[in-house]
Design a protein around this ligand. Structure first.
Ligand code: GLP
Length: 264
């Protein structure tokens, strides 16, 4: 995994936006996989700025969101649908018929078919070119909680108490108000993307980041599955990098990479 360590949250967000913007400029009809959470907000802000000030064009981009709370209608203020509209889609020129966010209100007896169709839609779109990811405090990606199969595909997943507690900050700090399940891309779905970009910021993520990047490959930390990916890049700030054992090596290789790119 390539590990890029940036000074702080703003620099991490700019670097992530650099990768996404260059993907979209290189291939205007790119397919992007998108996350929610606090971490990517700065990246979305920076992409909106580039749309407004640098002609970054999303007109032909297709998106697939990683996940959605099960049981929340799209209109619910805490749905990931609302999050995406407020933090990104309402501020760029994306065409809503190319936006895909799992529908958290699918009837339980239709969930399997719905999730299989979500996978089908990704395939029909040509597969995800770039998947942006955050990481949960327990090392999960998407909503693939510890113990999720590394071969999992889009499905319904029960949320662990730890994750519900983390997310209660969005639900008036009341864990009972946090949905008990979510529809989420599986670990194998995420690994199908051509590039995976994992972001993390803050000391609270340091242990999860260490486990994902340097820990053993295990379903107990689904972020560690990125070690199997041939083009996975972690963009993290110094606080999130603070527990990494090989931090100096990552800094050294990025410096060497920049020198090599300058030479050729
Ligand atoms: C939720 C989301 C993940 C996200 C994680 C971390 O579990 N389903 O996609 O990565 O939260 O969120 P935050 O960025 O707010 O720390």
């Amino acid at each position: 995994m390539r590990v890029i360590i940036e000074k702080n949250y703003e620099k991490m967000s700019e670097k992530a936006a650099d990768f996404i913007a260059s993907q979209v400029r290189r291939k205007p009809n790119s397919v992007l996989g998108l996350p929610t959470g606090g971490t990517p907000i700065g990246t979305y802000k920076e992409l909106i700025r580039r749309y407004n000030e640098e002609n970054l064009d999303f007109a032909h981009v297709t998106t697939f969101n990683l996940d959605e709370y099960y049981g929340l209608p799209a209109s619910h203020p805490q749905s990931y649908y609302q999050y995406m509209k407020q933090n990104f889609f309402d501020h760029i020129n994306i065409s809503f018929n190319r936006v895909h966010i799992p529908n958290g209100m699918v009837r339980m007896d239709e969930v399997d078919a719905y999730c299989a169709n979500y996978e089908e839609l990704m395939k029909e779109a040509g597969g995800i070119d770039l998947q942006l990811l955050g990481i949960g405090g327990n090392g999960h990606i998407g909503f693939n909680e510890p113990g999720s199969s590394l071969g999992s595909r889009t499905r319904i997943k029960t949320l662990g108490q730890e994750t519900r507690k983390d997310d209660s900050r969005f639900f008036e700090n009341d864990i009972e108000k946090v949905p008990k399940a979510a529809l989420t891309m599986g670990v194998a779905t995420i690994l199908d993307a051509r590039t995976c970009l994992m972001l993390a910021s803050g000391k609270g993520k340091a242990e999860a980041v260490k486990q994902a990047i340097e820990g053993p490959l295990t379903s107990q930390t689904t972020g560690s599955a990125l070690q199997l990916h041939s083009h996975a890049i972690a963009i993290i700030d110094e606080d999130a990098a603070s527990a990494l054992e090989r931090k100096d090596y990552y800094i050294y290789t990025e410096k060497m990479r920049a020198e090599l790119e300058g030479d050729y």
